[in-house]
Design a protein around this ligand. Structure first.
Ligand SMILES: *Cc1c(COP(=O)(O)O)cnc(C)c1O
Length: 392
């Protein structure tokens, strides 16, 4: 029986050729391919400006700086996200403040954000968790009048839509990831998109040591112009090797999203018939790319989430625990009161991510469904926690 992975990147000969071309050109660091990838990405995401970075984590770091977040400020984040969402404010000396997420979408809402705003709140980082679009307009309606910047962590969001446009298009600034666990990949890599020219210009400088002249321009001329370093910058650059891959991957994005949505629909149709499992669905305001296909295991299901994962592993199917909760990690253990994030805790404890990747076939999907059905029929081996009130 062959192993079914939770995720596989979708790469082919075109990516290999593109990297070979970049190497043959003799230019491998940030250069013309990064610029071309930025332009193509901005166009695809309907953004005014795009600035490539080494990762989404470094993109979030720069986004907070250009948005003016200062030491001592508070930045509202969901605990229910990959750890980078919470770490980024700490990099600029700010304090992450956890808001709970919606029990269905797993995303921040206007009311969960409102509940934790204070006079010190300078920014909110919203996430399109697992590709499910966040209701950005509702959150901006609360934040804009107070001068609070909303930063969209769209790490998982390439190819998802919000109100008929790509996610991120309605944000002042958004950060993207091209890690292989995400929808398109450059190995490692990230992007900032923004509607503001001044923020784009500053992010572009900060990602390469805050140099007044870009390295590409310096090395492209025989006599390099003298550069100066206007503030303390970083090396957060993407390479042309990565951008070459990114350009090909971006071209594949519509096809990848179409296939993922097809597979997600097939999952949903079959899991509907298994009592005690809830699937993630499109919210009213947009469509998901199903970057992560997660299901919630209810207390009435005969097996716990961890028992389901263990059974899947026995039959060579690799699932994952649902999205983590940052407030349970040591650096942030004191950042949330015990009962402050009930939906976050419930989702992180009871959800799991099923395999979903472009190359997945019907027989592989049938094996996953079969494993879930077996769990539904078998009596529990372990102990089950008491059912929590209010959960089906
Ligand atoms: C993956 C992820 C990141 C980090 O992306 P990198 O490119 O690996 O730095 C940040 N935020 C969210 C929500 C993510 O899922």
């Amino acid at each position: 029986m062959s192993r079914i992975n939770v995720m596989l990147p979708y790469l082919g000969q075109e990516e290999i050729d593109a990297v070979a071309d970049a190497i043959s050109s003799g230019w491998v660091a940030q250069g013309p391919r990064v610029a071309a990838f930025e332009n193509a990405f901005a166009e695809a995401m309907q953004a005014s400006h795009a600035v490539a970075t080494s990762s989404c984590t470094t993109a979030l770091h720069l986004a907070l700086i250009v948005a003016g977040v200062q030491p001592g400020d508070e930045v509202v984040v969901p605990s229910f996200s990959f750890i980078a969402t919470t770490n980024a404010p700490v990099y600029v000396g700010a304090t992450p403040v956890f808001a709970d997420v919606d029990a269905i979408t797993g995303n921040l809402t206007a009311s969960t954000v409102s509940a934790v705003l204070t006079a010190k709140t300078r920014a909110v980082i919203v996430v399109d968790q697992g590709g499910v679009p966040v209701d950005l307009d509702a959150i901006r309606a609360v934040c804009d009048p107070r001068g609070i910047v909303v930063i969209e962590d769209a790490a998982c969001g390439s190819g998802s839509t919000y109100k008929g446009r790509p996610v991120g298009a309605g944000a002042e600034i958004a950060a993207w990831s091209f890690h292989p666990r995400k929808i398109i990949t450059t190995g490692e890599g990230g992007m900032i998109t923004t509607s503001r020219q001044d923020w784009a210009d500053r992010a572009r400088r900060l990602r390469e040591h805050a140099m007044s002249v870009s390295a590409a321009d310096r090395h492209g001329s025989v006599l390099a112009p003298a550069e100066s370093y206007l503030e303390v910058g970083y090396n957060f650059r993407m390479t042309d090797l990565q951008a070459a891959v990114g350009l090909v991957q971006l071209g594949r994005l519509p096809e990848i999203v179409r296939r993922r949505r097809e597979l997600a629909a097939a999952y949903a149709k079959q899991i509907e018939d298994i009592p005690g499992l809830r699937t993630v669905v499109d919210p009213a305001w947009g469509t998901s790319n199903f970057q992560s296909y997660w299901i919630e295991v209810s207390p009435t299901f005969p097996r716990s989430r961890d028992e389901v994962l263990a059974h899947m592993a026995e039959v060579e199917i690799s699932g994952r625990r649902g999205i983590m909760a940052a407030h349970r990690q040591p650096p942030y253990a004191s950042f949330a009161a015990a009962d402050q994030l009930p939906n976050t805790e419930r989702l992180t404890d009871n959800t799991l991510i099923l395999p979903l990747f472009h190359q997945m076939g019907e027989s592989e999907q049938a094996r996953v469904i079969d494993a879930l059905r077996k769990c539904a029929l078998s009596p529990s081996k372990g102990t089950r926690p008491e059912p929590v009130e209010g959960i089906e």
